[in-house]
Design a protein around this ligand. Structure first.
Ligand SMILES: [Zn+2]
Length: 97
């Protein structure tokens, strides 16, 4: 997952560019789509081990801005989750007790 080497502080080489004040996210680390990074990882509605890591405890899907998935794979994942729900592999929601 962590393919990019992490440095404690981002190096600032282009001093001309940061005239506009401080950066909004100094600790920005580029998220990479897990499925693009690992070509052997398949999105399959029967593969709960993969899918359930993109679903919260309550059964909601994790948004791609959190997971870093690309649009293509997020779309495939949505379809897979919906399929898994319809055959009761995943919950639509959990009953709140
Ligand atoms: Zn992807």
């Amino acid at each position: 997952m962590a393919q990019y080497e992490r440095s404690p502080r981002p190096t600032r080489e282009r001093s001309d560019d940061d005239k506009g004040g401080q950066r909004r996210r100094p600790m920005f680390r580029r998220k990479v789509c897990r499925f693009c990074a690992d070509k052997s990882l398949r999105i399959d509605y029967k593969d709960l081990r993969t899918i359930s890591s993109f679903v919260t405890e309550r059964g909601k899907m994790t948004p791609s801005r959190i997971t870093g998935n690309c649009a293509h794979h997020q779309r495939l994942l949505t379809t897979a989750v919906k399929r898994a729900r319809s055959i009761a592999l995943l919950p639509f929601t959990t009953a709140n007790n």
